[in-house]
Every structure is written in C-alpha cells, then in structure tokens.
Design a binder for this molecule. Structure first.
Ligand SMILES: NC(=O)c1ccc[n+]([C@@H]2O[C@H](COP(=O)([O-])OP(=O)(O)OC[C@H]3O[C@@H](n4cnc5c(N)ncnc54)[C@H](OP(=O)(O)O)[C@@H]3O)[C@@H](O)[C@H]2O)c1
Length: 331
C-alpha cells in the first residue's frame, strides 16, 4: 500500500557549502513508515510555529532525512498492537518530538507509539481537534497553570493573540469567564479577537518597549505569553501581586532581560509551559476541559484550510508572524 506524504529531503546544490532541504508531495510505500505499535489513518494535521521551523530548516530540529514533518495529527486507528487502542478508534497526537525526530502528521498514514496518543475527547471532531492542535493544547496547559496558582482581579493578558496559541488562549480564557486583554501587532485583527472573547485590545508595541523601571503599575491578573523576549520582560513589571505568567513561546525572541524584583516584591510566578513531553494525565485533563469549554462556531472561525502542497509557503508566513489563528491541513 502507498500513501501521500510531504517528504523533506536534504541535498547539497552544486557549488554550495551547506546542504539545503527540499519539500515535495510524494507517493510512498507503507514499508517506509517508522517503527511504532499503532498505525493511524491521518485525517487532519496543522501548521504550528515549530512546523514552520522544521519546514524552513531553521534551528536544525531535524537531524535525519528523508523526513515527514507535522508535530500533531488526528485520525483513525488502522492497525494496533497496543491493547489500549483498537482499529477504528479516533485518536489525537501532539508532541513527543513527532514531526522532529519521528515522522509526523504531514502524510496520509503515520506509525507511532501508543504511549503518545490520547483518545479523541467526547464532543470534538477530528477536524476540531486539529483546529486546536498543539497550539491550543499549549493554551489550555498555560491557562490551567495560571488557575492552579491563583488569578488576580485584573484582565488576563494574552500576547501574540492573533497567532495560534494566542487565538485559542483568548477564546478558552473568555469561555472560562475571565476578562481577556489581547495584545496584537495587527490592529486589523481587533474585530476577530473581540469575537473570540477579548474584552480589550492592546497594541503590542506598548508592551515591547523597555519598562525602564523594575516595577510599573499593577495591571494584569495573569498572562499567557507566546512572545517572550522584551515583551515578557515588560509584562513581568506590570503583574498584580501574587499572580503568574505562563511562558510558552518565543515568537518575539528567546532572551530574557529582567530583574528579580517582580518575584521578590510582588510574589510573581514565572511558569514554564511544555506541551511536548507533558505527562498523559495532564494532557487528558487539558483536552477534556477544552472539549467542555469550546464554542464550536467560534473555533471554526479560527481555522484556515491548507493542503500539503501549500505548507512550504505557509511555513515562511508563520515564522514571519503573518498567519492568523490556526491552519488546518486535511489529509
Ligand atoms: N511551550 C510549548 O510547548 C509550545 C507549544 C506550541 C507553541 N509554542 C511556541 O509558542 C509561540 C507561538 O506559536 P504559534 O504556533 O501560536 O505561532 P503563531 O501562530 O505564529 O503566533 C505567534 C504570534 O506572535 C506574534 N509575534 C510574531 N512575531 C512577533 C514579534 N517579533 N514580536 C512580538 N510578537 C510577535 C504574532 O501575533 P500578533 O500579530 O497578534 O502580534 C504571531 O501571530 C511560538 O514561539 C512557539 O514556538 C510553544
């Protein structure tokens, strides 16, 4: 049996010193699938920031070629040697370095360890699961971490709100009853973010300026930060007493220049969020909460459809911060 896949291949162009990576949709044999105890007919995958890095060969996340990217997928079990999964079961995969060190979701078939799967939660379709995808799961992990540590009275700030993590975070926070301040560099997304549940739109330039002092006025009751860099430094100075920032992204830079004053004088918590190796019980709790909270029509408004062939172009766009919401790939 053969299946379609977006295959990444490494080659060195004549005269070039370094190899480069090409991407093309190819029909390949099932015997090329990697090892694993569950084979899945992939129905949907998505484009996350990390997928953009893999497809553009930024950061050397992939060491072995040929490679199939796609850090998440949803689909139906086609074959299983794992007692927890039967043929016909609907499943989700996010993380575990799938799409980086193991072939991922940009193919009609995938073979993975059963340990990496979670059952599709009641109330979500496979398309909706991937509209949420890694980005949305990360938003929920970030929101649960904030709630577990206690929220302040001010709005919950979401940075990078127009992107994948940000859009889902705005929506889920709002559905959970929290006032949400959405920070974006794209003013034209104001209406979209308000429809998702933002109560306030913040110009991201306001937050990326150096604060100039270790503490500014207490403003935010919590923060989900997808941007990092100077934005995170600034935000830390504006957190309310005993509130937290869930740091989950680096779209604006990975360096953090700050002082310890917000931690010492305001008891601010800086919470690290990792969706890749997050334990399965925490993932399942997050997926179930997502399924309880999500508004299906609004979720659909975040999704833009893409094909395998379009992904190499879209990879550049997501790294440039030009993609709105979530990009869903139908296999
Ligand atoms: N920790 C984890 O497990 C985990 C999981 C998933 C993603 N992530 C990380 O989270 C981040 C967001 O991922 P994503 O898939 O949501 O990407 P995305 O869709 O590209 O969203 C990122 C958003 O950040 C804003 N942005 C981009 N460049 C910026 C800059 N130079 N300065 C300030 N803001 C900028 C843009 O929003 P506006 O135009 O609205 O300002 C952009 O849409 C990435 O860094 C990704 O690696 C981490």
């Amino acid at each position: 049996m053969t299946f379609r896949a977006l295959l990444l291949e490494e080659f060195t162009p004549e005269g070039a010193e370094r190899p480069t990576v090409s991407a093309s949709v190819q029909e390949i044999g099932e015997d090329r699938l990697p090892e694993g105890d569950v084979t899945v007919d992939v129905e949907y995958s998505t484009l996350n920031y990390k997928d953009g890095m893999v497809l553009s060969n930024v950061g050397r996340l992939v060491r072995n070629f040929p490679h199939v990217g796609g850090i998440d997928f949803s689909g139906t079990v086609a074959n299983s040697n794992d007692d927890r999964y039967n043929v016909g079961d609907r499943v989700i995969l996010t993380g575990w370095h799938v799409g980086e060190s193991h072939w991922g979701g940009y193919a009609e078939r995938a073979r993975v360890s059963g340990d990496w799967l979670v059952p599709l939660p009641q109330g979500l379709t496979t398309r909706e699961a991937m509209t949420i995808g890694t980005a949305g799961l990360t938003s929920m992990l970030a929101m649960q971490a904030l709630e577990d540590h206690g929220l302040g009275s001010g709005p919950i700030l979401v940075t990078g709100a127009g992107g994948g993590v940000g859009s889902v975070a705005v929506h889920l926070l709002s559905r959970a009853g929290h006032p949400v301040a959405a920070s974006t560099g794209r003013r034209e997304l104001g209406e979209y973010l308000t429809a998702l549940g933002a109560t306030e739109i913040i110009d991201r330039a306001e937050l990326s300026e150096p604060a100039g002092r270790p503490l500014l006025g207490e403003r935010w009751g919590g923060c989900i930060d997808a941007v990092g860099g100077p934005t995170l430094s600034h935000v830390l100075t504006e957190m309310q007493y005993r509130t937290s920032v869930s740091a989950c992204g680096l779209a604006g830079g990975n360096a953090l220049d700050t002082t310890v004053i917000p931690f010492l004088l305001r008891g601010v918590n800086l919470l690290g969020i990792d969706s890749v190796l997050c334990p399965t019980d925490t993932r399942s709790r997050a997926w179930n909460r997502i399924s309880e909270l999500v508004d299906h029509d609004l979720l659909s408004s975040m999704a833009t459809d893409a094909t395998l062939d379009e992904l190499p172009r879209l990879a550049g766009e997501i790294l440039a911060g030009q993609v709105k919401g979530r990009t869903v790939v139908k296999l």
